[in-house]
Design a protein around this ligand. Sequence first.
Ligand SMILES: NC(=O)c1ccc[n+]([C@@H]2O[C@H](COP(=O)([O-])OP(=O)(O)OC[C@H]3O[C@@H](n4cnc5c(N)ncnc54)[C@H](O)[C@@H]3O)[C@@H](O)[C@H]2O)c1
Length: 374
Amino acid sequence: MNQKMRLGIIGGGLMGREAASAFARWFVLEDFPVQVELVAVCDLQDKLLEWFKNVPTVKLLTKDHNELLKSPEVDVVYVAVPHNLHEKLYLDVLNAGKDLLAEKPFGIDLNAARTIRDAAKKSGRFVRCSSEFPFLPGAQRVFQAAQAGQFGKLLEIRSCLWHASDLDPAKPINWKRQNKFCGEIGVMGDLGMHVAHIPFRLGWNPKRVYAQLQKIYTERPDGKGGMAACDTWDNAMLHTDVMVGGMEVPMRLEMKRLAPGEMNTWSIEFLGTDGGVRYSTKEPKTLWTFQRGKEQIWQRTDLGYQMLFPTITGGIFEAGFPDCFLQMWAAYAAERAGALGNRMGCVTPDEAVRSHELFAAALEAHTKKTVVGL
Ligand SMILES: NC(=O)c1ccc[n+]([C@@H]2O[C@H](COP(=O)([O-])OP(=O)(O)OC[C@H]3O[C@@H](n4cnc5c(N)ncnc54)[C@H](O)[C@@H]3O)[C@@H](O)[C@H]2O)c1
């Protein structure tokens, strides 16, 4: 450990606390070139600021993000707030001369994403966007198989993130279910970066899209005895074409809040004439690989704890959400320190903008019931 990365968090809710837990376990990383320290936290809620008092390295707790940004002790800021605040807060971070790990979707819409990307470029600061599932061992194996090109002629690509808790009409409303906070792109803003990261990193950029968007429950309990409008898209299926090896290949991206039985199931599948690969967090230890030989064989491999950044955790143990989130942060820190090597890095601002271009085109495709070029 030879470099220290001092962190500030703006937004200490679900993800802000998840980040704090990743920093607190940083010492599990073996021979890692960067040390981290969480030094400052900003949130509007007293009970959350109170929670962060459990973190001994935190010196500044504030409700004013400008106070956090003024601190000379903060090098990097993680911002995990509702989408309507992304643009303003990300720009404030950059203007304060800090590096940024932005939460997805990197702005509430395409215009916001472009403004943030341009400001990031101009500032020269190190900016990446969050997407952690690709750092699971199974996801990495899928990525590596695609890089090695072991599929023959690629037949189809499928990448999905499915949730189920919204099937319950009694689930109370929150900001993620209201366009003014979540954005017109709805579930695509919530889950889309997670399904786009690996295909985009492989250079599989959609040429055109047809989209099926669904709103199922249009109101939900407001938590105060009444009902509130729930106006976001719940489910999105994006049918796209990408160029791979000079051929056009169908790529389907699925983002669903109403997927029966699926509790945060992230999955990815590439199928070709000679080989294929399939991984789902539903079976977190299992990698499926297809081989066409004399016989056609789907082979199941039990995965252990083979992480991109080695840790002290035993090689036969299982990896889960907090593990890939820590690995994502390790990728951020390593890339920032120039030590990423040939490993996969976090989503870049250009990739985040590309995802917004796709979601904006998907909105148009759905509205006009037509295919939209990109
Ligand atoms: N990477 C992932 O897997 C993942 C998962 C869930 C959410 N997210 C993203 O993380 C972000 C936050 O989502 P969440 O689930 O943590 O939401 P959350 O509602 O749990 O937390 C948001 C927090 O921001 C605080 N906040 C609001 N305005 C603020 C301000 N002006 N200054 C400081 N704090 C402020 C709120 O008090 C709240 O505690 C969103 O962009 C969301 O899309 C990412």
